[in-house]
Ligand binder design. Structure first.
Ligand SMILES: [Zn+2]
Ligand SMILES: [Zn+2]
Length: 348
């Protein structure tokens, strides 16, 4: 084990870094530094109470309360919010997640390499480490510490040397693919239409709610624009002072439309990078990377059934620069979404 691996081990065992509960390495360092500042601020405030000038005291008080506030926020955010989210995943996948990046391994072989961060993994080790972090049993502090230390040592070894792990084949999932003709139900047809028209587009982070608001804002903006500028309202009502303001009222819904468009911009960027990494094979419903899974399978992210063909087709449409012709794109989109909906709703 080299020096950096040793430092990692020290941080992990002392729980100043714990990726299993979503506490990053830098966050641990940050919280530690804040703790030091907090103590310094406290001493400044106490020991200068009688002697120092007012501003030194105020400085001490602000420093200690300020850091205490930030420290509490940072602490509560991980412990309540992030940890709960990962805990749900741990329960869902029975502790078979990447200990470094919490990527779920369900559907992969018992030994292998994490498709997300490349670290080697063994199922038994993942479950052991997550078991230590999330199960309420605690033998004795010494025993517990010993187990943690041994498990992390092994995990670091596998992360540094993924070649130590021989990937085993994924478990076989039997799914019947032959459904000769697919005639979507009314709801399915409606959903496909909405998807093809891009009112909702889960590939780009536009959910049903956001999609509807965005569409409503756009329609309202266009209608108002025409109503105000083409004199559909009688001209005499629009004359006089203040009329200029009213002419521009369509800007309000238009800004709403722009905001809706901007909200998922981070998702779009991340998904684009992910799509390249996974050769455009991502889950159409939750954007989970699926390139390591078989032709037809179940998405570890959302539990929907998928076929690689539909995934690839849909993400090529959405994220590659090519634009064939409007009709062709529409056809490809319809084909892709129909297949995605069909396979998702298929009885197993
Ligand atoms: Zn990983
Ligand atoms: Zn999914």
């Amino acid at each position: 084990m080299d020096k950096s691996a040793h430092d990692d081990l020290k941080l992990l065992v002392s729980r100043r870094w714990d990726p299993r509960v979503g506490m990053g390495k830098n966050q641990g360092r940050f919280e530690w530094a804040l703790g030091v500042v907090l103590v310094i601020g406290f001493f400044v405030a106490v020991f200068t109470r009688s002697s120092a000038t007012a501003w030194v005291q105020i400085f001490g008080i602000v420093l200690s309360y300020g850091t205490l506030f930030v420290l509490t926020l940072s602490w509560a955010y991980t412990r309540c919010f992030v940890k709960l989210r990962i805990e749900k995943r741990v329960n869902k996948h029975d502790g078979f997640l990447c200990v470094w990046c919490s990527y779920p391994f369900t559907g992969l072989g018992d030994d292998g390499h994490c498709p997300e961060c490349g670290a080697g993994y063994r199922k038994e080790l993942c479950q052991r480490l997550f078991g230590l972090a999330y199960r309420k049993y605690t033998p004795s502090p010494q025993e517990f510490g010993k187990r943690e230390s041994a498990a992390w040592r092994e995990a670091i070894e596998l992360r540094e040397h993924p070649e130590l792990v021989q990937p085993t084949p994924p478990p076989v999932i039997k799914i019947v693919v032959d459904a000769p003709v697919f005639s979507p139900s009314k709801e399915q047809r409606y959903e496909i239409d909405q998807l093809v028209l891009r009112r909702t587009d889960p590939r780009k982070g536009v959910g049903r709610m956001l999609g509807s608001i965005k569409y409503f804002c756009l329609v309202l903006a266009i209608s108002l624009f025409f109503i105000m500028n083409w004199g559909i309202i009688p001209a005499n009502r629009l004359n006089g002072p203040g009329v200029f303001k009213w002419m521009l009222v369509y800007i309000v819904p238009f800004v709403g439309f722009l905001i809706c468009w901007f909200i998922p911009i981070g998702i779009r960027k991340r998904t684009y990078a992910k799509a390249r990494k996974h050769n455009f094979i991502l889950c159409p419903w939750c954007r989970h990377g699926l390139s390591h899974l078989p032709e037809v399978g179940i998405c570890p992210g959302c539990g929907s059934k998928f076929s690689r063909w539909a995934c690839e087709q849909l993400y090529l449409n959405a994220y590659r620069g090519f634009r064939p012709s409007k009709d062709e794109l529409r056809e490809r989109e319809t084909e892709g979404w129909t297949e995605a909906v069909r396979i998702r709703d298929q009885e197993s």
